[in-house]
Ligand binder design. Sequence first.
Ligand code: DQA
Length: 146
Amino acid sequence: RTVIVLNGPNLNLLGTREPEIYGAATLADVEALCAERARQHGLRALCYQSNSEGDLVSWIHEAGQLYRQGQLAGVVLNAGAYTHTSVALLDAIKGTGVPVIELHISNVHAREPFRHHSYLSAAARAVMCGFGVAGYGLAIDAIAGW
Ligand code: DQA
């Protein structure tokens, strides 16, 4: 089975982007962590990043295909700022029925008020934030048990 890890806008800048909030790990570090953790659970990780909302929608559709074939363990989705704006991503999760963990590196509830609302949480199987990049590994641990 496959776990799909989707990172949205500006997460390609991990490591240099506001390191006091997001830490020093790069996106490559995060993707290596995910691949290794998935491997430990006997899962395959597919990791994608895009700054475009439509790419994220299309990858959720791809996940939906795997899901219908019984090959998807789950999706880890850090939609970045689209979390707070995107009805399209909400509809993609609802429309495919894929089991998603909504993930944020930072504790969004301790930050600006506009980060407190997520369009995605209503359709996510689980929501996690504030664990730093270690959260990706924890999310894969959880998905491995689904
Ligand atoms: C984020 C939190 C979002 O509010 C922000 O727009 C991001 C990253 C996080 O991982 O903490 O880009 O999703």
